[in-house]
Design a protein around this ligand. Sequence first.
Ligand code: G3H
Ligand code: 13P
Ligand code: ZN
Length: 309
Amino acid sequence: MPLVTTKEMFEKAYKGGYAVGAFNVNNMEIIQGIVDAAKETNAPLILQVSAGARKYANPIYLRKLVEAAVEDTGLDIALHLDHGDSFEICKQCIDDGFTSVMIDGSALPYEENVALTKKVVEYAHERGVVVEAELGKLAGVEDEVKVDAKDATYTDPDQAVDFVKRTGVDSLAIAIGTSHGAYKFSGEPQLDYERLEKITNLLPDFPLVLHGASTVIPEFVEMCNKYGGDIPGAQGVPEPMLKKAASFGVCKINIDTDLRLAMTGAIRKLLVERPAEFDPRKYLGEGRTAIKDMVKHKIVNVLGCDGKL
Ligand code: G3H
Ligand code: 13P
Ligand code: ZN
């Protein structure tokens, strides 16, 4: 059973009004925790690797670990490059056997984003690989997106139609108010559903992607705080808001921060409660279990992709 692309996953998700989870992976325990959760819930799965993860783990290790997960479980898993910022990194991943790549040209002027995305799409499609691109800019709290500035940073619906048509891209990450990391909103969490609905209507049957979609689960923030340093003011996207996004055209929901918090919280707790413990299998194993439980919760209660294999 080889790695799969996201094509069929997204077609089913779109029709079913649910989303597939795309989880960032950096080491064996993270991969195993996520994969165990998907196995127990019969869920399709996207494992994604950032440039930072490739640098940390050495690309071949992560790829082989993901291949091992497929061989071990027989699950439908797509291996995806997260936030590729050049043609070269996308090409490398495609040549290495990834089934999906993201070319993130969102920081470029529009026409340059179109040209770069098109170039990656051509290379990828000739090799049976699918491509995600990004249009619009995800804001950080520090960017304080004001209502009148939204049009400058959030995805423009008409431009999204033009972009998809001209690039032939397979899915599109949109900016509607989410942001990466643990600090997403300074006030009340808010997503621009009106914009999302417009994009969905203008691009029927086309899969949209939501980045920066961690909920920043309070249980793990509290655990990190109680057993170590403070993570003040952390705030993520509430779960009902993600469910609502999935009921529109959002088929892929990206999660990294929640994995980091779950793993770190569990490890901090174990090491504080058992200071004499120095077997990495004990504390990494605890982190792996925390990830598994958290991902199961997401799959069943937020994404709705359980039983959709
Ligand atoms: O969106 C970015 C992901 O959270 C990956 O983060 O670049 O630190 O691996 P990273
Ligand atoms: P979070 O930081 O909200 O987990 O988002 C991750 C992401 O978008 C990876 O591309
Ligand atoms: Zn992202």
